[in-house]
Design a protein around this ligand. Structure first.
Ligand code: FA5
Length: 357
C-alpha cells in the first residue's frame, strides 16, 4: 500500500477509496489461495493498511473519529466479503482441476457385475441326485476317511488285491485311508439300515492318479437298491433312463461284461461317443463308445459277511464318476479345468478353448 500522502481531507478520502477499490480488484483476481491470504494480511493484518488507519483514529477529534471509523468499517466489510467470495471460487476451481487431472469420466458406463453361476460339477451332481431321487433313491453320507474293512475287505477285496497297494491309495499313519470309491457307503448302509433299501451316496474319493482324465481327488455317485426282486434288467432300464435324461438325448447305451469284486454279474456302461456320434474319434479311441460307470448285482459274498440272506434279497449297485460324466456333457477336454478356478472356463465350460476336437 502506498504511504498516506498529505492533502485536503477530500483528496485523502478519494485516494483511500481508490486504494481500496484497487485492493478489491486484486482480491477478485487473486490467482491462488496463497495470494489471497497475502492480500488479506496486507489489508487486515496487524500491520495492514486498514489496521494502521484504525490505529490513527485515536489522534482525530471525536466528531471526525466517528465518521472516519464508520467509513473504515465499511471498507473492512467490503474487503472481507470479497475475500470470502474469492476463497470459495478458488476452492471450487481447485476441485475442478483435481477432478480433471484424475481423468475421471463420470459419463463412462459402469463396469457392471456378472451374476454368479453354479459350478459345472455342482450342476451335474444336482442333476444326478434329482434324477435318482425321482426314482426313489434316498441320499446318504459316508466318511471320506475310511478303514480297510469298509473300503476293501467287506467289498470282497482281499488284502492281497492290487488296489490296496500304497502306490494306488493314500494311507494315514494309523492304517486308515482316504476312501478310493463311494462303495464303502453300500456296506455302511447295509449295516445300519439292512434291506430293503434304496440309497444314493455322493462324495469325494481319492486315488494316486493324475492326468488329463484322472485327478487325485474326484467325485463319485454310488447307488444301491436291495429288495425282493431287483434284477439285472431293472439295472439296465434304470441306468439307461437316467443317462439319457442326464445328457438330454436319446444316446445309445450299452452294458459291457466286466469285473468288480463286489458285484456279480458286473458290467461297465458305455454311451455312444458324444464327440463323433459313434463314428470313431481320438476321444473314444476309434471305438465310438465312452465308458461312464461301473455296475452290477450285489455279490452274495457281501450279504453273507453281513448276515443277510442272499436267497431272500437281491440288489443292484452302480458307481459313476461325476467329473467324467460332466466332461462328456460339457465337452471339456481336460479334467483339471474344473479345479483351476479360471473364470473364463467357469463362465463357459463348453467354450471353444476347452472342448475336445
Ligand atoms: C469303482 O470305483 C466302483 N466302486 C464302481 C462300482 C460301484 C462298480 C458299484 C460296481 C458297483 P471305477 O474304479 O471304475 O469303479 O471308477 C468309477 C468311475 O470313476 C470311472 O468310470 C471313472 O469315471 C471315474 N474315475 C476313476 N478314477 C478316476 C480319477 N482318478 N479321476 C476322475 N475320475 C475317475
Amino acid at each position: 500500500m502506498d504511504a498516506p500522502a498529505s492533502g485536503t481531507p477530500e483528496e485523502e478520502i478519494e485516494r483511500e477509496r481508490s486504494q481500496i477499490s484497487a485492493a478489491l480488484e486484486r482480491i477478485r483476481r487473486a490467482p491462488s489461495l496463497e495470494d489471497l491470504e497475502a492480500e488479506k494480511v496486507a489489508l487486515l493484518g496487524r500491520r495492514g493498511f486498514l489496521s494502521e488507519k484504525l490505529r490513527a483514529l485515536g489522534a482525530l477529534p471525536p466528531a471526525e473519529r466517528a465518521r472516519v471509523g464508520a467509513r473504515l468499517n465499511d471498507h473492512r466489510a467490503d474487503i472481507e466479503r470479497e475475500i470470502s467470495g474469492r476463497r470459495l471460487a478458488l476452492k471450487e476451481e481447485g476441485r475442478e482441476r483435481r477432478l480433471r487431472a484424475a481423468a475421471l469420466d463420470a459419463t463412462l458406463p459402469g463396469r457392471g457385475r456378472r451374476p454368479g453361476a453354479v459350478h459345472p460339477l455342482s450342476r451335474a451332481i444336482d442333476d444326478i441326485v434329482r434324477l435318482f431321487q425321482a426314482r426313489g433313491f434316498v441320499p446318504v453320507d459316508g466318511p471320506e476317511i475310511e478303514d480297510e474293512e469298509h473300503n476293501f475287505t467287506a467289498l470282497n477285496i482281499p488284502p492281497e488285491h492290487p488296489a490296496r497297494a500304497m502306490h494306488d491309495t493314500f494311507y494315514l499313519p494309523d492304517g486308515r485311508l482316504l476312501r478310493t470309491h463311494t462303495s464303502p457307503v453300500q456296506i455302511r448302509a447295509l449295516e445300519e439300515q439292512g434291506p430293503p433299501l434304496r440309497i444314493l451316496a455322493v462324495g469325494r474319493v481319492y486315488r494316486r492318479d493324475a492326468d488329463v482324465t484322472h485327478m487325485p481327488m474326484f467325485h463319485q455317485v454310488e447307488g444301491l437298491w436291495v429288495d425282493d426282486r431287483v434284477t439285472f434288467a431293472g439295472l439296465k432300464g434304470l441306468l439307461t433312463d437316467v443317462l439319457r435324461a442326464f445328457f438330454a438325448r436319446e444316446l445309445p447305451v450299452r452294458f459291457r461284461p466286466s469285473y468288480f469284486p463286489f458285484t456279480e454279474p458286473s458290467a461297465e456302461v458305455d454311451v455312444g461317443c458324444v464327440f463323433c456320434e459313434g463314428a470313431g474319434c481320438r476321444v473314444c479311441k476309434g471305438s465310438g463308445w465312452l465308458e461312464v460307470l461301473g455296475s452290477g448285482l450285489v455279490h452274495p459274498a457281501l450279504y453273507r459277511r453281513l448276515g443277510i440272506d442272499p436267497e431272500r434279497w437281491s440288489g443292484l449297485a452302480f458307481g459313476l464318476g461325476v467329473e467324467r460324466l460332466t466332461m462328456l456333457r460339457e465337452r471339456v477336454s481336460d479334467i483339471r479345468y474344473f479345479y483351476d478356478n479360471d473364470l473364463r472356463f467357469l463362465r463357459s465350460p463348453g467354450g471353444e478353448s476347452y472342448v475336445c476336437d
